[in-house]
Ligand binder design. Structure first.
Ligand code: IMP
Ligand code: MG
Length: 184
């Protein structure tokens, strides 16, 4: 694997490593173990949220030892990127039948909770037996929804993080670790 620096200079700021790829790998394996144990019957469907959930999803499913299938969704917020733009819409839907299946939604970060709340409701109406949420990063500060993710990798406080799927203006998704954005 190529080496990535712990600090990455930006035009007006810096990215600083906060969770290494080794720590992520360890935690992902633990989460995969918990998921496998909770689903011995193997009626499991793992749904990745594009694009941010892709890195986590790819690593996580390789640590799940029970039979399972996968699919992807892509979601977008209506209107601008402000916090008041509350409408979520699906721009790419699932393509497999999830009726009677235990579904786990995999995403990069749980922030306000709005996006995943919407998705969980929708997957339930499609007839899933159960719908759970698995996120790599749990960010509590801006939570507006009352429900929590079922499987959580790491807790992060205030601040904006990138890497391992998470982007800043579509960049940095390829970084193997999680970095905090520090602006000058
Ligand atoms: P929410 O939980 O509905 O507010 O939306 C979560 C989405 O917001 C994530 O899937 C990310 O796309 C984005 N997001 C929230 N916080 C961050 C962050 O710190 N870095 C990168 N993206 C973030
Ligand atoms: Mg996202």
């Amino acid at each position: 694997m190529p080496e990535f620096p712990e600090r990455i200079k930006l035009e007006r700021g810096e990215l600083r490593l906060v969770i290494s790829s080794e720590k992520i790998a360890e935690r992902v394996e633990a989460l995969g173990g918990m998921i496998s144990e909770a689903h011995p019957a193997g009626d499991l469907t793992v749904i990745g949220v594009l694009k941010g959930g892709v890195n986590f999803m790819a690593d996580l499913i390789r640590t799940i030892t029970v039979p399972m299938n996968i699919d992807f969704v892509r979601l977008a917020r209506y209107g601008d990127e402000t916090e008041s733009s509350r409408e979520v819409r699906i721009t790419k839907d699932i393509e497999i039948d999830i009726r009677g299946r235990d579904v786990i939604v995999v995403d990069d970060i749980y922030d306000t909770g709005m996006t995943l709340r919407f998705l969980v409701d929708r997957l339930s109406t499609l007839g899933a037996k159960s719908v759970k949420v698995c996120v790599l990063i749990n960010k509590k500060e801006r939570r507006t929804e009352s429900f929590e993710a079922d499987y959580r990798g790491f807790e992060v406080g205030e601040g904006f993080v990138v890497g391992y799927g998470l982007d800043y203006k579509e960049g940095y998704r390829n970084l193997p670790g999680i970095y905090m954005l520090h602006e000058d």
